[in-house]
Design a protein around this ligand. Structure first.
Ligand code: GDP
Ligand code: MG
Length: 762
């Protein structure tokens, strides 16, 4: 029987790898993880030949040892030696893409190039002399459009053909001094390795690639001998070895491309370039970004179309809230269960616990789906890549890299992949800093908190929802700048090369799938984590000890011998509220536990046990904050029924009333600081777990959590104290302290940045 053919699919991120892989394998795919790491491993059988296995390598720009993706990809190519490499190349970005190609062709494995995005090249009226390019690179090139499916079958057949013939291709040569050193290295260190791989190893030794040097274990005397050769080349070419190789590759690509890529009407800007001239303009870039994000939030979470706004999301959420979060569900189910004669505790558990909690969270699904849809659109059309580019320009001035911004973009869905995305940052200090700050950005689970505050207290103001996003970004930028000026994080920014793919119309299938994946994971959590924790919260809010007796607080309060007038007075005193506002829940376990903790939040304006309990349970999952409110305010209030009827959104109306009550009439300001604190403080346990994995250190994990909580507290404190200067009822001591903190932050932001000691390389 024939040996099974294995083909590896390699290419830059965004070159269309996933699209091509799906086209080539159809539904014959299997997904797993690369051994030992959580990078997705996809494999599949080719449609044209089921005997051929196609392995999708991680998207990479180079075969250097700096990122996990690169290491995974090159280990596979070197150790598993697939029979051929199908190298997908974005034809609209040849120069950057061919950089990887020059490295792939050195591995001793036949390479076939799938020249992708040809539809865009043709549409722009450009042309590529494929025959000449193929001759110069020494490998077969097939023009394809992965999106349209053009040429993909031919590309697969060419790769199979190449795998069978097993021919390696003529390779590009470096300059004289380099080739001289390479020859020596091949002779003394790598001659025992398979012949076709020797050149790749020799180049890596020349580059001082640590991973390769480690694996080769070269004796000290031999190593010293080679270093002399390398030093000679470095001296002659006046650069360090790694840069020499990089430069020569780019020079080679530049020369090869000359005359091969013909732009229509030379010197004319493509549409994409024209858009970029405006969108990435030094002055306009940030206002445009702000306007775009404002529009995104206005459409998803702003004022409902029913109220004269443009938010489809809010309109749908109002509707589902009426159904899921409103009286209908809790009261309706209560009536049905009571009619069936269910025990009171069971009615409470189902209606006021599970349904109130989960319903409160699910009510926000439409807003979230609209928001995700729009973020996916911006990502898919190529706009988000520009944002990282713009941010890099700003960050760089403070010694930060725009790379720190990419995890943040990922983090808008969920903080966990956001934190994991920091792996692409080579510099350890920058990576740690990014891990610490990524979760400041509002993730999907924080959306309901924003929706609740914006909706219940601010009448669906678009400004509040948008501010949440910009507070997150500001927290990242401010933290980045402040931390970078401390000893712990000082240092030069990591080099940042980012491909700006040509703008293109979004592929709806990609966008819808991305939106649905994020939305579905949210719904799944509502059905699992939130159900379980809602049961726990319901128990903690329904049971407690009243005047020495333990039981369901509602029942105990019915009994006048237990709840005497003196007792009510005592509870009112303990909770710091008027006697006629004492309610059974004030004696619940949750109230008893949360009440003392609420002192921490007094200076932030929401020092009441209910928001305190919601904030703390947010550690389990951020959706829990809203679920918790749903449960705490879902009580069956006979007296208030009429009043609430008028209030429409009954549960959220109660929340607003309460915020006003405990903040001395500053309900909006208190709700805003509540939102700020919950957006910025420590993320949920799952994300903390991710932080711990990435930090790989207990000390750093605690430091990260401590920093996040302190930052959140200080920000909310400043907003509450200074806010009351305008809203009335200011506290002089608090205001002075707030101004002092603000001054300290501003000072740290603007004090000159001490350059890290210059390393003298040359
Ligand atoms: P990956 O990051 O390499 O996996 O790239 P994807 O497969 O996710 O593709 C990136 C983007 O390029 C997606 O929006 C695709 O729809 C788009 N794309 C992929 N191939 C083509 C193509 O041949 N033509 C055009 N116009 N777009 C493409
Ligand atoms: Mg992909």
């Amino acid at each position: 029987m024939d040996k099974q053919i294995r083909i590896a699919l390699a290419g830059n991120p965004n070159s269309g790898k996933t699209t091509l892989f799906n086209k080539l394998t159809g539904s014959n795919q299997f997904v797993g993880n690369w051994p030992g790491v959580t990078v997705e491993k996809k494999e599949g059988r080719l449609i044209v030949d089921k005997e051929v296995i196609l392995t999708d390598l991680p998207g990479i720009y180079s075969l250097s040892p700096y990122t996990l993706e690169e290491v995974v990809a090159r280990n596979y190519l070197i150790e598993e030696k697939p029979d051929a490499i199908l190298n997908i190349v974005d034809a609209t970005n040849l120069e950057r893409n061919l950089y990887l190609t020059t490295q792939l062709t050195e591995l001793g494995i036949p390479v076939v190039i799938a020249l992708n995005m040809m539809d865009l090249v043709r549409k722009a009226g450009d042309s590529i002399n494929v025959k000449e390019l193929s001759r110069q690179l020494g490998c077969k090139i097939v023009e394809i459009s992965a999106l349209k499916g053009d040429g993909v079958k031919e590309a697969a057949l060419a790769a199979i053909e190449a795998a069978k013939s097993g021919k390696t291709i003529p390779q590009h040569r470096f300059s004289g001094p380099v080739e001289h050193a390479l020859a020596h290295i091949e002779e003394v260190t790598v001659h025992k390795l398979p012949e076709e791989q020797q050149r790749w190893y020799a180049i890596k030794v020349f580059e001082h690639d640590e991973k390769v040097l480690e694996s080769l274990n070269i004796p000290a005397d031999v190593r010293a001998h080679i270093e002399q050769d390398i030093a000679a080349a470095e001296k002659e070419l006046d650069d360090d070895a790694e840069s020499i190789i990089t430069n020569e590759r780019y020079v080679y690509i530049g020369q090869t491309l000359k005359g091969i890529y013909k732009k229509k009407g030379k010197g004319q800007l493509s549409v994409s370039d024209k858009i970029d001239k405006i969108v990435t303009n030094r002055i306009l870039a940030l206002p445009i970004f702000a306007a775009v994000m404002f529009l995104v939030y206005a459409l998803s979470m702003g004022s409902s179309i029913a109220d004269g706004g443009i938010a489809i999301g809010t309109f749908l959420t109002d509707w589902t809230n009426d159904v899921l979060g409103g009286a209908w569900l809790t009261d309706g189910s209560r009536a049905i269960l009571e009619a069936w004669g269910a025990a009171p505790w069971l009615v409470g558990l189902i209606s006021d616990g599970i349904l109130a909690g989960v319903g409160a969270v699910l009510g926000f699904v439409p807003q979230m789906l609209v928001l995700f849809l729009m973020l996916c659109l911006l990502e898919d059309c190529g706009y988000m890549a520009r944002i990282a580019f713009i941010m890099d320009r700003i960050f760089r001035r403070f010694g930060l890299s725009g790379k720190s911004f990419i995890p943040m973009l990922v983090g808008t869905g969920c903080g966990i992949p956001g934190v994991m995305a920091s792996r692409t940052i080579e510099n350890e200090r920058d990576r740690r800093m990014t891990v610490m700050t990524t979760t400041f950005i509002p993730c999907g689970a924080k959306m309901p908190i924003i929706g609740l505050i914006a909706g219940a207290l601010f009448g669906g103001s678009t400004w509040i929802a948008t501010s949440a996003y910009f507070i997150g970004i500001a927290a990242i930028v401010i933290s980045g700048i402040m931390l970078k000026k401390t000893k712990m994080f000082a240092g030069d920014p990591a080099p940042f090369v980012m491909e700006l793919p040509a703008y293109h119309l979004p592929a709806w299938s990609n966008v819808l799938r991305g939106t649905w994946e994020r939305g579905w994971s949210f719904i799944k959590r509502a059905g699992t984590v939130i159900v379980v924790s809602s049961i726990v919260i319901w128990f903690l809010t329904s049971f407690g000890s009243v005047n020495g007796k333990f039981g369901m607080v509602d029942d105990l309060y019915e009994d006048d011998t237990v709840v005497t007038d003196e007792y009510v007075a005592a509870v009112a005193g303990r909770m710091g509220i008027p006697e006629d506002e004492v309610e059974p829940m004030d004696d619940s376990i949750l109230a008893r536990v949360a009440q003392p903790v609420s002192v921490v939040f007094k200076p932030l304006g929401f020092g009441d046990w209910k928001p305190t309990a919601a904030t703390v349970t947010g550690l389990v999952a951020k959706e829990e904050v809203v679920a918790n409110f749903g449960i705490m305010y879902a009580y069956d209030d006979q007296d208030g029924a009429e009043e609430l009827e008028e209030n429409g959104d009954q549960i959220w109306g109660r929340v607003a009333e309460d915020f006003n009550a405990f903040s001395g009439g500053h309900g909006r300001l208190a709700a805003f600081t509540f939102m700020i604190f919950n957006l910025l403080c420590a993320p949920c346990f799952a994300a903390i777990g991710a932080i711990k994995r990435e930090m790989n250190s207990r000390k750093w994990t605690w430091f990260a959590i401590g920093y996040q909580c302190c930052f959140a507290w200080v920000t909310a404190f400043i907003v509450w104290q200074i806010g009351r200067l305008f809203a009335g009822g200011m506290n002089v001591a608090g205001l002075i302290l707030a101004v002092a903190m603000l001054a300290l932050i501003v000072w740290q932001l603007f004090k000159p940045y001490k350059e890290a000691q210059m390393l003298t390389v040359k």
